[in-house]
Design a protein around this ligand. Structure first.
Ligand SMILES: [Zn+2]
Length: 330
């Protein structure tokens, strides 16, 4: 069994350069998980094993510093770096921004001493050359409580301003070090407008708007991508067979859209991906150690969805866009 898995991986890796994202006879092509997380309770060896088994070549990995309960301890950037150093070429850390200290509009509008020191520390980390972006910034987030940690409740409602001093400061930093900013923001119309201003004022900064651009409708995403060449989207957690953003969990609003049902891509989303093949990446977004068991199913479902776009678009969404947007080959 073990030998068979290794053989599948060698076959996939062996084909990686010449035939990136081209399906093999078994339908396996490599994907980059461009929206991954790490916390204190994650098992490094298990992550690598499941990536190899499922043809995931690399992860863009972000430390989640929120506490998730006894079986889901918080992580930090040192942990993400350790993962990257343990398995060279497989994990690309961002400077993590899922920080309890970044809660509340006042922190974003008028950075205090804590935020100022966070900005300085972020600059030092970027200057080290070991980080490939900044994020995930939690701008507008709907609360959920992990089922295994009813008492923890840290994954709370967040309502922070996107057009704010904090985002302007980090935007300048991201441009200076030529790395993207990754953010989570459910697509409230007023926030989309504010984001549009930030994008226009920072044309030299690349922004990755997670979860299919905040689970926005195709028309909204099309308008934003047409207007802003510096905007990109990841499909983090949008292909779900179990309780994920792609099922409308933990709630939906009138402006919320999904991308697929039962693994079948909605036609308006498929058209969007074909229209903007250079702007989308895939991601699994397993943020909690006790939920790791869903990883394999999510990769499988992501492959199903990718098979429904053209081979050129598939190759870009599966691997090439992530390599270019995060500059993984630098
Ligand atoms: Zn997110």
């Amino acid at each position: 069994m073990k030998l068979k898995m290794v053989a599948v991986y060698l076959l996939v890796v062996g084909l990686s350069t010449a035939y990136a994202a081209e399906p093999t006879g078994s339908g396996i092509f490599l994907v980059i998980d461009a929206h991954a997380h790490i916390g204190g309770s994650f098992n490094f060896a298990q992550i690598l094993k499941d990536m190899d088994k499922n043809g995931v070549s690399k992860q863009i990995v972000m430390a989640r510093a929120y506490h998730g309960g006894d079986s889901d301890l918080p992580g930090n950037d040192q942990l993400a770096l350790k993962l990257a150093e343990t398995y060279p070429g497989r994990f690309y850390p961002l400077v993590g921004m899922q920080l309890p200290m970044l809660t509340g509009a006042h922190k974003w509008n008028t950075p205090d001493a804590d935020v100022e020191s966070l900005i300085r520390l972020t600059e030092r980390k970027l200057a080290s050359g070991k980080f490939f972006g900044i994020g995930e910034f939690i701008v507008r987030h709907w609360a959920y409580i992990p089922t295994w940690a009813h008492s923890a409740g840290d994954h709370a409602e967040q309502d922070n301003p996107i057009y704010s001093e904090l985002m302007r400061r980090f935007s300048v930093l991201a441009a200076k070090y030529d790395v993207p900013i990754l953010l989570h923001m459910e697509g409230y119309p007023a926030l989309v407008e504010d984001f549009s201003r930030l994008l226009s004022e920072n044309p030299g900064t690349r922004y990755v708007w997670a979860h299919n651009c905040g689970r926005s409708k195709a028309a909204v995403i099309r308008t934003m991508l047409s207007r802003h060449q510096n905007l990109f989207c990841d499909l983090g957690g949008m292909t779900s067979e179990w309780r994920g953003y792609g099922t409308g969990w933990p709630r939906k609003e009138e402006f919320t859209a999904l991308i697929e049902q039962s693994g079948v891509l909605f036609p308006e989303m498929r058209s969007l991906y074909e229209e903007f093949p250079d702007r989308f990446m895939v991601g699994m977004d397993v943020a909690h150690a006790p939920a790791w068991k869903i990883y394999e199913g999510r990769v499988r479902r992501t492959r199903e969805v990718l098979k429904q776009v053209s081979p050129e678009t598939r190759a870009k969404m599966a691997e090439q866009n992530a390599i270019r947007i995060f500059k993984l080959s630098r």
